[in-house]
Every structure is written in structure tokens, then in C-alpha cells.
Design a protein around this ligand. Structure first.
Ligand code: GLU
Length: 286
């Protein structure tokens, strides 16, 4: 583990190439780390294999490296770190902070229906706690965190740490990795903001420190939707320095960089652009 006063990270899921939105997050997180003379790790979050696109980790790595967004240490893959997640889950199970659950989505919906509550389209249902006090749940089961905090309980309920198909969830993996890697600052998109209270709560359950969080504004398309693979966001092109600078300028503009040479001076190399962007960013945050 690297030890450092500032240790940041970029943690993309390999579900496609970087687009203007994910590049803005990468650049913001990188600038924040470099402006603090910090280190910046790259972690590929490839736990949910059915959602991953083969080889897109390599594309992301190539795009970051073409953009000069250099990382420290080796690239970590969550798919190789399951033993860490299992150790933390076992710790939660032993301390009775996690419990087994075999409820299906349909059963959860039915439990709410029985209480007279009808699910709206796209609404995430809070788990009603049906298995919370059961001792007879047999494998294969999911594992849920026993959430005792009243606000969190009301807003998200007992959330899943490991799915019944054996896949560890994003919430558990991200908390374990941030702690074991010694991450001090998490800079990521505002679309993940509502996950943060869950992650802080889980850190407390596992007696992990809480890093500092900064959530960056997300890039929206003309329909005011988050750029994503689902909304057919285009991959950024990084095959020439003109294209790299074009992509970096777009990301820099989105992050609110103001130094006019970043946007107007056409003879800057990628590394000169990044150096100026760090100075510009420092002026914005210090
Ligand atoms: N892997 C997550 C994503 O690509 C980001 C995780 C994080 O930054 O906490 O949306």
C-alpha cells in the first residue's frame, strides 16, 4: 500500500470506452490529486462481469495514458480482490452486522404491496427487512447489511453486500478497496452522491477511516441526461494530440478551468496543457 498524505483514485467500471463525461471525472480527480502533490491510483471495477465489455479496460487505460493522466503503482482489478471482500463480509457476519437473505425482487415488491404501497416505475424498493431476524436462511443467499441508522434505514434500508449469485456489490467492494488501498480523497461524479452515506456507514461498521469526498458535476447531453453508454455517448478520440487536446479542453471547460491559454493556445503539448491546468486548478481550490 502506498502511504501518502493525499491518495486519490479513479475507479472506472469497464462497461465501455471513456466518453466526455467519464473523462471530465478522470481529469477532475487527477487534477485534485496533482494539485495536492498527491498520488492517484487506477482501479478497474470489473466485479459485475455480465455488465463489463471485454477489452474496454484496455481501451480506458490507453485513453488515460494518451491524455497524460498518469497513475501511480499498478492498475488494480476488483475481480482479483474477492478474498478481501470475503474477509470483510465474514467480519460483518460474525459481528451480526450482516445477515443472509433469499428474497427475490418479486417477494420484496409483494411485501410492500401487502402494506398497500405500489412501486413506481424505476423506483428502487427499500428492503422491508423480511429476513432480518430469521436464522433459517439456507444458501445460496444474498448478504445484507443490518442498517441501524434511522435516516439511512428509511432512505435505502438494509442494502446488499453480496448477491445470491456470488457477486460482491459495488458498495462493499468500493469501501473495502478504498480502505485497504489507503485512499484519503474520493473525487467522483455527482451521480454517485447518494451512495456516499451508505459507504460511510459501511466504513463505520468495519472500523475503517472515512476519506474526504468531492462530487463533480456530471456532463449532461442535450436531453439533460447523464452521458453514458445507454444514452450512446461517443468515446473520446485520443489517436492524435489534436484530438487529446480537444477532449481535455472539453473536460477542462466542464470543470470550470478558466485560464484562457488552455482553450486558445493551439501550440501547447499535452503535458504543457496538463501542467497549466494543475496551476489553474490550484488557483481555484487554494
Ligand atoms: N465504478 C464506478 C463507476 O464507474 C465508480 C466508483 C467510484 O468512483 O466510487 O461508476
Amino acid at each position: 500500500m502506498l502511504t501518502c498524505n493525499y491518495l486519490g483514485r479513479f475507479a472506472p467500471s469497464p462497461t465501455g470506452a471513456l466518453h466526455a463525461g467519464s473523462l471530465a471525472t478522470a481529469l477532475g480527480s487527477w487534477l485534485h490529486a496533482r494539485a495536492h502533490d498527491g498520488k492517484w491510483l487506477l482501479r478497474i471495477e470489473d466485479l459485475d462481469l455480465p455488465r463489463c465489455i471485454p477489452e474496454s479496460d484496455k481501451t480506458i487505460i490507453q485513453q488515460l495514458s494518451d491524455c497524460g493522466l498518469s497513475w501511480d503503482g499498478e492498475v488494480e482489478y476488483q475481480s482479483k480482490r474477492s478474498h478481501f471482500y470475503q474477509t470483510s463480509l465474514s467480519q460483518l457476519i460474525e459481528s451480526r452486522k450482516a445477515y443472509a437473505c433469499r428474497c427475490t425482487r418479486k417477494q420484496i415488491e409483494d411485501a410492500w404491496l401487502a402494506k398497500g404501497f405500489k412501486k413506481q416505475r424505476h423506483q428502487e424498493l427499500i428492503y422491508p427487512g423480511s429476513c432480518r431476524d430469521r436464522q433459517d436462511v439456507v444458501p445460496p443467499s444474498a448478504w445484507r447489511l443490518r442498517v441501524e441508522d434511522a435516516t439511512l434505514r428509511e432512505s435505502v434500508g438494509d442494502f446488499v453486500l453480496k448477491r445470491a449469485d456470488g457477486i460482491f456489490t459495488y458498495q462493499l467492494a468500493v469501501v473495502v478497496d478504498d480502505a485497504l488501498q489507503g485512499i484519503t480523497h474520493v473525487v467522483r461524479g455527482a451521480d454517485l452522491l447518494d451512495n456516499t452515506p451508505r459507504q460511510i456507514y459501511l466504513q463505520q461498521c468495519l472500523a475503517y477511516p472515512t476519506p474526504q469526498y468531492l462530487h463533480l458535476p456530471i456532463v449532461l447531453d442535450e436531453n439533460q441526461e447523464k452521458l453514458s453508454k445507454q444514452t450512446l455517448a461517443l468515446a473520446i478520440q485520443t489517436n492524435s494530440s489534436e484530438n487529446v487536446l480537444k477532449a481535455l479542453r472539453g473536460a477542462g471547460l466542464h470543470l470550470g478551468l478558466t485560464n484562457s491559454t488552455l482553450f486558445n493556445q493551439s501550440d501547447l503539448s499535452v503535458s504543457q496543457w496538463l501542467e497549466r491546468a494543475i496551476q489553474n486548478y490550484k488557483g481555484m481550490i487554494f
